[in-house]
Write a protein that binds this ligand. Sequence first.
Ligand SMILES: Cc1cc2nc3c(=O)[nH]c(=O)nc-3n(C[C@H](O)[C@H](O)[C@H](O)COP(=O)(O)OP(=O)(O)OC[C@H]3O[C@@H](n4cnc5c(N)ncnc54)[C@H](O)[C@@H]3O)c2cc1C
Length: 383
Amino acid sequence: MPLTQRSSWLDPDLDSFRELAHSFCQKELAPNHERWSEQKQVDRELWNKAGEVGLLCLSIPEEYGGGGGTFAHEAILLEEQAKAGDDAWGNSVHSGIVAHYLNSCGTEDQKKRWLPRLASGELVGAIAMTEPGTGSDLQNVKTKAIRDGDHYVLNGAKTFITNGAQAGLIIVVAKTDPNEAAKGVSLLVLETENAEGFRRGRVLDKVGMHGQDTSELFFDDVRVPEENLLGGQEGLGFIHLMQQLPQERLIIAVAAVAAMESAVEQTIRYTKERTAFGREIFKFQNTRFKLAEAATEVAVTKAYLDQCIERHLKGELDVTGAAMVKWWTTDRLSRVADECLQLFGGYGYMNEYPISRAWTSARVQRIFGGTNEIMKEIISRSL
Ligand SMILES: Cc1cc2nc3c(=O)[nH]c(=O)nc-3n(C[C@H](O)[C@H](O)[C@H](O)COP(=O)(O)OP(=O)(O)OC[C@H]3O[C@@H](n4cnc5c(N)ncnc54)[C@H](O)[C@@H]3O)c2cc1C
């Protein structure tokens, strides 16, 4: 029996799309986990393969090379990625975030220039907000983009950037007016090929998500043409960030609930196979109660997530709602993944068991996309 009810926003067309997403994730993601972990990144060709079957930029209009779908398509792909146990492929950043900055905030020319190349996988997208000295406090970024003729000269350093090692297009959060706080922030689109002064640092050694190329990036006098200023107007960066962050947070929430559901399903299976004291682990009352609690957490959390997805599909998910669903789902995921791992005993701590990856991946979700403390700050402002 499924742990949760069918999501209210699904329909038969989305069901057939799921078949495509499912077969791609099972064929192209699931078997490669260990190799990608070792090489600290996915194969570059994965992006082109996904582009060929139409799985990149699903909710970008067809006129710009996208799938012409909605956030529901993105959500299904995220669910299938979680079911395949994959935490390496940074497509949610590429398709769900970077492409949407371009689509919503870019000029017509910018959309035509970049979106088709993101949709085909020719370019991999990243967004660089976080700096070594500034994460939560985005108004205080130190990276500068100072106008010099028909170029901006970019200087600074970014860290923890998803897709950082492979990105060919990076949206860089920088100050065009360092004397201003939020009003001085702009978004500059850097095409990395032949960009003199741009350097990638280490792929960082993380606690989990070993196959994801989270990287440092450095900019030393990088000259970026003025036509790469997103939206063509200085000082709009912070407004653009505020507009786009709800979708980023909802994406994290979708992945969190899918991971939670998968963790509980794995644990039910495992505890019915493993025996101790002459009986299935599942038959101990503690196991059944823990799993009953976890199944309830999944069902309740998914009901609120579905409500948020519906609101987002109608363009009605606000900053507060997105903050609520981000902190709640990731917090529950951490708890559920931890309880599930416990029921695997020592095997739960072994990297070869997917439950161990669910646990390490869960931990970071309370941190990225805005920490859960920042989510509560945002929510409290509406009270
Ligand atoms: C795997 C991974 C992938 C990432 N991908 C990207 C990416 O693609 N692009 C990108 O730009 N960034 C990315 N990040 C960075 C991530 O968004 C930041 O780590 C996060 O926003 C927190 O910033 P920080 O690490 O500087 O922590 P800090 O801001 O230094 O926070 C430290 C602690 O202080 C708390 N705190 C800070 N301010 C307040 C406050 N006002 N009230 C209460 N508590 C507060 C925080 O909640 C946290 O607990 C990624 C990080 C990781 C780990």
